[in-house]
Design a protein around this ligand. Sequence first.
Ligand code: NI
Length: 139
Amino acid sequence: MTHEPIVLSAALASFDALWSPRVVTRVNDYDVRVAKVAGEHVWHSHTHTDEFFLVLDGELHIAVRDGAPGPDGGRAERVVVLPRGAVFVVPAGIEHRPSAPAGASILMFEPAGTSSVGDRHDPVPDHVDVTTGHSLTHP
Ligand code: NI
């Protein structure tokens, strides 16, 4: 990990892959990751960790199942809309599915080693990268 300043716009300009986070730096045992996103990710949850999102550009939607349990045991679903500059934390264990109908660039903060699709997830579509984050310089 370099100890030089990292310009996020330059980091984002260095790759094109969607839903494929790059690790820009580390804080203690947390990764700071950036990703370009468009369309839908996959429903998933992180059993042991919260997940922090910051929208750098565009608009991010996150569908979350954090409502009251229904008759089938599933929790009610809502969609959180995050404009540029918004932050949001998905609590550990909560099922969520990020999406960006018009595309977005986002920053995430989560423990190193956290999978992009969590510990439990729906079948992963081809356009979603299953990763713990790629290096910026060696994607
Ligand atoms: Ni997640």
